[in-house]
Design a binder for this molecule. Sequence first.
Ligand SMILES: Cc1ncc(COP(=O)(O)O)c(C=O)c1O
Length: 502
Amino acid sequence: MELTRLIRQFQPETARRIQPRPYINHSVEFKGLFTAEERARVLDDVGLNVFYFPSEMITGCDLLSDSGTTTMTNDQWAALHQGDEAYGSNRGYFRLREVIRETFGEEYFSDAPGLAPNAFLFHQGRACEDALFSALGRLGSGLVIPSNGHFDTTQANIEGNRIAAVNLFSPELQNPASDGRFKGNMDTKRLRALLETSGGRVPVVYLTITNNTGGGQPVSLANVREVSEIAHGYGLPLMLDACRFAENAWFIKQYESGQQNRAIIDIVREVFSHADGFTISFKKDGIVNMGGGLFFRQGGLFLKQYPHLADEITNHQITKEGHPTYGGLSGRDIMALAVGLGIAVKDAYLAWRIQQIERFGRFMQEQGLPILTPTGGHAVYLDMNRFFAGTRIRPEDFGGISITALLLAGYGHRGCELGHFAFGSYDPATGKEAFPEVNFVRLAVPRLRYEDADLASVAESLRLLYDERDRIPGVEVTFGKELALRHFKARFRFKESAVGCS
Ligand SMILES: Cc1ncc(COP(=O)(O)O)c(C=O)c1O
């Protein structure tokens, strides 16, 4: 019997449950060995703020962020060597131009003389936000920008330009019982209501794909279409915060009816055809360690409504970053990015990436931990409200900060509090804290970096903490509770007695 016929009987492509990774380790780095006491001493010294903890002492998984923490492929390392560091029109610029056109659509990168400039390279996402929102801020006062969930730097850049940032989270996000696949959607009822009353004050509508602040949850194609129709109905441009555009497209292909037989790239193209522009940090689905961009669709509503802003943004880019043909990037960064964008939309890569997050979520559930389900594309979100339910931890004890400190000191894994502290605020006039709707510790998984065993270890470590939740003390803020973006800067110490032990 021919092997090709024989092998068909085994159905090897579909029968097995455990798939191998679609890549191999190209080189590895050994970690240092440190004890829990050594880590605890250093973390105490930096006031329990995990951002200030030396990464070289992390003996477990560094899940602080998936941003810029990607392991690059050997093709990307090779491309770095071909970086052309010319001041104007370097080799990578032309490669990247082609890749941007192929990925997002021709009309997002048209640098022909006579057309408004519409493609701006920056060193990372927040620099794009600064350029866009400082330009929009000059349009007038009392402006409002709605989103399905502004990221923290996006919100800060909006508010820094005296524009109000409004989050219209999907009601499903708050409902642990819902198994909706697109909890990152914008609440379009609330969008309509907002535009009905304040449409004249809204310069653009924003959609973040996937919705990082909203539990890393994806946004459906139907929601993109509907938000686009609503915004356009009011003459308003739709902008995407597109950091995780490929992961979002994977969810659409997987879970949205009628999308299963489409190529990822077709879905990406359709999503972007409904938008008028986008900001992007390439440190996520660009599969690189640095890079960002701001793009407007030629013929789209943004450039129609605000034709003068293209030149203002070019001036901003030249004065703050660099010539439009390199922006804030070195030639080698641009070369690595041109390769990375091609990897990001490949089915084998994306399936592995998202399924690894799903497995991580399952490891957490098997340990009995309360997580946001279904899992999103880049992180598992541990729900602090449910984690501490029934204990004496109150919102003002910032239990999420306690967890990130104990996880790092005790078990060598680093996560990030994104909840009562990060998104809350302190009003010195009243001495009161305001708490946000969402209260998570986020465990963000860097791309192509960790194996399942690493993530299983994180889940087990958190379960050990969960078992002790009645004995975990809250923290007090020793510095910075009144500051903007306070989670990056504040310092803490554990309260003396363990909450729950009277
Ligand atoms: C949704 C979203 N928007 C914007 C940014 C900002 O990008 P950057 O970190 O490159 O400045 C991030 C970064 O994590 C993000 O997740």
